[in-house]
Design a protein around this ligand. Structure first.
Ligand code: ADP
Ligand code: ASP
Ligand code: MG
Length: 592
């Protein structure tokens, strides 16, 4: 018999009426011939209220006790949901994470699922019951209650769908699908009919709070089609599956992280392993660094800039202080008044001009870009927080995200990915934990050259000007990084095909003359190494492991760019093959 998992978020179970409405949906699915597992979140803003209560007692509640507290929210709603189904004349059983057997590691408040037992759920389902599982929680080896991180019920739902080999995982929420950006911030946002796992992973990681990013890691790893829809009506919603909605649009969505903080470590000795000292200290605290930009100055010292979510800033600064001392770096500074705006789209990998278009649109509004990072399917910029929403609207508009892609009709007919229990079982069999890091490709591209403009006067329109002029020369830029340097000066590095180096340098030299800054630097032979897989950023140690293994053989990293699905590093071109071998070796145990 087919199994369907239905998850209801907080707003969708906020009061007794909504609980009864959700119960009716589950009963209807059962009547349609499915076995039904419901995953339920805490009612309304209950989790927030519990967090607030804890903060009233102490600023630093022990993480274990936080999990004990927060897990009660879901316990309330599963019990009420079971009562609701009962009252409607059907059988149901509520189960906590521990009762199901959702085993996690012991990283309280951010625990990862290791394994899930299906016995008890199957027994109840076979007995005709609707199973109501508490979202967001699990239990560790020592029987301590753990939680998966805010928004984690999505992850519970997709993980249960994966282990049960469910036919579908429905995410019922307060919007009727995935939009091109948060419709609460940009009313013109459009609901998309479908979105690929990679796009959704990137969007979730750059601020689209509609889905817990780790749920999409599960979905991709176990090929679970996820159907996001409104808990109220029966609108078609959005399918999250392997294929994107359309390939003719370079950008499929935009998102914002309003509360970012930027940290720059200045004057780091430019030697193998230096950046590693910074990264590993931060990774050790389970903090995910986001936009990472390393720019090497002429004096042989590098500035390393990166962003973290603002809540993680105090812990990050402590780690940075230690690293600065250890490295003999010149110092560090930070800015906690910044926001990150990103655009995402599979089409970006094959279409040119996306970056310039974005930079120009922001320049025309007079919005200054403080940092830039790009990866194959994502461009992120850091802007002043007070301009953030305007910046989001601006990029949404310039990429015409409100209008339907023209190739949509054809693609809609494509089959969605169906779950492949056998493939999933294979993967699980090889992994110790279901959420373990999984690498699927490590590759080398030695066809590029790097150009660096240092000490450029920072002002709105800078990036637009540089990349428009390069593009006007018919040159296709691959990676772009921009960071804040000394005294309001920016450093910009980018890679171009090696055959275009001379021409790019001509344009760059002309630009620097006009800017009145030092002549551009370049490296004619660079090698880009890409490590791609699932969990690249949520496993905070991936970038550190790359730096560490490369540093051990004396290879320095010039540029790094990270995304949910890929970490790219640029190294000296002569070291490419060696670096490739080192990375393949480093990740051999987790490569499929
Ligand atoms: P739930 O409680 O059901 O898990 P969430 O509040 O976590 O719901 O997620 C739904 C919210 O996500 C929406 O109300 C919407 O404001 C926000 N959101 C952010 N980005 C997007 C997006 N790209 N598409 C749809 N909703 C989005
Ligand atoms: N109740 C938890 C939260 O608010 C988990 C969830 O809703 O997904 O974060
Ligand atoms: Mg949610």
């Amino acid at each position: 018999m087919s199994i369907i998992v239905q998850k209801f978020g907080g707003t969708s179970v906020a009061d007794s009426e909504k609980i009864l409405a959700a119960a009716r949906k589950a009963i209807r699915a059962q009547k349609d011939g499915h076995q039904v597992v419901m995953v339920v979140s805490a009612m309304g803003k209950n989790t927030d209220a519990l967090v607030k209560l804890a903060r009233e007692i102490t600023d630093e509640p022990p993480a274990r006790e936080m999990d004990m507290l927060l897990s009660t929210g879901e316990q309330v709603s599963v019990a009420l949901m079971a009562m609701a189904i009962n009252s409607l004349g059907h059988e149901a059983i509520s189960l906590t994470g521990a009762q199901i057997g959702i085993m996690t590691d012991s990283t309280h408040t951010k625990a990862r699922i290791r394994s899930i037992s299906t016995d008890r759920m199957r027994e109840a389902l076979d007995g005709g019951k609707i199973v109501i599982a508490a979202g967001f929680q699990g239990i560790d080896e020592g029987f301590n209650i753990t939680t998966l991180g805010r928004g984690g019920s999505d992850t519970t739902a997709v993980a249960l769908a994966a282990v049960l080999g469910a036919d579908s995982c429905e995410i019922h929420t307060d919007v009727d699908g995935i939009y091109t950006t948060d419709p609460r911030l940009v009313p013109e946002a459009r609901r998309v009919a479908r979105i690929s796992y990679d796009e959704m992973l990137e969007l979730a990681s750059v601020g689209a709070g509609v889905m817990h990013g780790r749920s999409i890691e599960f979905a991709k790893k176990f090929s679970v089609p996820v159907h996001v829809r409104s808990s109220l009506g029966d609108n078609p919603g959005t399918m999250i599956a392997a294929e994107p909605e359309a390939l003719d649009k370079a950008v499929c969505g935009a998102a914002m992280v309003k509360n970012e903080a930027r940290v720059t470590v200045l004057g780091v000795p430019d030697r193998p392993g230096a950046a590693l000292t910074v990264f590993s200290r931060i990774a050790a605290k389970n903090i995910a660094m986001d936009m990472i930009v390393q720019n090497v100055g002429a004096d042989g010292r590098a500035d390393i800039s990166f962003t973290v979510v603002r809540d993680d800033l105090p812990t990050t600064l402590k780690a940075v202080e230690e690293a600065t001392r250890e490295l003999g770096a010149e110092g560090f500074n930070h800015d906690d008044d910044v926001a990150k705006i990103s655009v995402v789209g599979s089409g970006m990998a094959t279409q040119t001009g996306v970056a310039e278009t974005m930079f120009r649109a922001l320049a025309e509004k007079g919005i200054n870009i403080l940092m830039i990072t790009t990866s194959q399917i994502k461009i992120s910029v850091l802007v002043e927080r007070k301009r953030a929403i305007e910046a989001l609207r601006t990029v949404h508009e310039v990429f015409q995200l409100e209008s339907e892609p023209s190739s949509l009709a054809g693609r809609r007919e494509r089959q969605t990915t169906t779950p492949q229990p056998a493939a999933a079982a294979n993967v699980v069999a090889r992994m110790q934990g279901m959420e373990d890091l999984m690498i699927d490709d490590i590759s080398l591209d030695a066809s590029d050259a790097r150009i660096t403009l240092a000490g450029v006067p920072d002002r709105p329109g800078l990036a637009a000007q540089i990349f428009e002029e390069i593009a006007a020369g018919g040159i296709v830029v691959d990676m772009i990084v921009q960071s804040v340097g000394w005294e309001g000066k920016a450093n910009v590095s980018f890679t171009v095909p090696r055959k275009d180096l001379a021409k790019s340098m001509e344009i760059a030299t002309e630009l620097t003359q006009r800017f009145g800054c030092p002549a551009p630097g370049c490296s004619s032979e660079v090698a880009k190494l890409s490590v791609s897989g699932i969990g690249m950023r949520s496993h905070t140690g991936v970038a550190s492991r790359m730096f560490h293994s490369l540093a051990q053989v004396g290879i320095n990293v010039d540029i790094i760019s990270t995304s949910e699905v890929r970490v790219n590093v640029v190294v000296d071109g002569r070291q490419g093959e060696k670096a490739l071998a080192v990375l393949r070796d480093e990740f051999a145990d987790v490569t499929v």
